[in-house]
Design a binder for this molecule. Structure first.
Ligand code: G4P
Length: 306
């Protein structure tokens, strides 16, 4: 797997990705948009709707094993209301992946009925998987394909010949996923992506990031902070103060008893990313802005259904 540090989203790369999608779109019946269930809004590509036009859309909330189950359910309903068929998956263990083909058949029921009426009953459904780096595209394709796929390829745009992989349920997958760029121009979005490790750490202020994450957890998942770091739910102070508490409670001290906030930040980020604190979701459907910043999600219905 290549990760974010190998993919720099210069306009050239974006243009290449756009071309790949535009070229592949006429070949597929549907697009499968892979989102991170921990951040189902920020892990969307800002141009997804425009890029895929009105292709029927299957939304896969991946990494559901790491996300808050209650909020995942709310996000399923959120995207269903916008015309998508939605499934949740853990592509690492394979949980939920078996729902992929049946969900596609549900999504494409009208088209399948038309094919059947024309006597094209055995026609395969063709689909392309799209998502930002690290969201689990290769893992999902490998799970769906079993041993039928050679090597995971993950780069901006596509350079080699694309092939179709037959999976169960009469579905054929484009073997190379479309790697889309994340929405990095919004600071809050970039921060949430960084929490999950989707943005490389070298370019980040890790202590600042950890302080922000702690402040979020303190407001939204206080019991988890208490259980793991003995930070009381009624503890007062900003994110940095919480980071100092964490350092002290973990015995991470510099000479003179000064809390080693750098070590504490590294520990927190590692443990959060490994889901050691529990199942956490960083975004709620109820806090989605109603207009403007949501890329037309509220105004546009991806499948034209009402
Ligand atoms: P990509 O093609 O979209 O870039 O993502 P990829 O499949 O390479 O997955 C990125 C990382 O996320 C991998 O972890 C992968 O195992 C993990 N992952 C993918 N889907 C899921 C999921 O549903 N749940 C969980 N918990 N993890 C998932 P890695 O650290 O790079 O490798 P490794 O941990 O597999 O060794």
């Amino acid at each position: 797997m290549e990760d974010m540090k190998d993919i720099q989203w210069f306009p050239g790369h974006m243009a290449k990705t756009r071309r790949m999608i535009t070229k592949s779109l006429p070949l597929v019946d549907a697009v499968a948009e892979l989102l991170d269930a921990r951040l189902p809004l920020s892990s969307r590509n800002p141009e997804f709707d425009r890029l895929t036009r009105r292709k029927p859309r299957l939304v896969i909330l991946n990494k559901a094993d790491m996300a808050d189950p209650q909020l995942t359910q709310q996000w399923v309903e959120y995207y269903q209301k916008r015309g998508a068929v939605v499934i949740t998956a853990d592509s690492k263990s394979g949980k939920g992946v078996k729902n992929f083909a049946p969900a596609l058949r549900r999504l494409l029921a009208p088209q399948l009925a038309q094919y059947a009426a024309k006597g094209m009953k055995g026609r395969p459904i063709r689909v392309m998987i799209l998502g930002i780096p690290n969201v689990g595209k290769s893992s999902l394709i490998n799970r769906l394909a079993g041993g039928k796929r050679a090597k995971a390829e993950d780069r901006a745009g596509v350079t080699r010949t694309q092939q179709w992989i037959k999976i169960d349920g009469g579905v054929e997958l484009l073997d190379t996923p479309g790697v889309l760029w994340p929405k990095l121009d919004d600071q809050e979005v970039a921060c949430r992506l960084a929490f999950t490790g989707a943005v490389r750490d070298e370019i980040l202020d890790l202590e600042g990031l950890a302080a922000k994450l702690l402040a979020f957890l303190h407001s939204n998942y206080p019991q988890m902070l208490e259980a793991r770091y003995r930070i009381a739910p009624d503890a007062e102070g900003n994110g940095f103060a919480l980071l100092e508490m964490l350092a002290k409670n973990r015995g991470m001290l510099l000479s003179g008893g000064i809390p080693n906030t750098e070590r504490a930040a590294i520990a927190l980020m590692d443990e959060y990313r490994a889901a050691k604190l529990g199942r956490i979701t960083l975004e709620k459907p109820s806090s989605v802005p109603q207009t403007g910043t949501n890329d037309g999600e509220n105004s546009e219905n991806p499948n034209g259904a009402h």
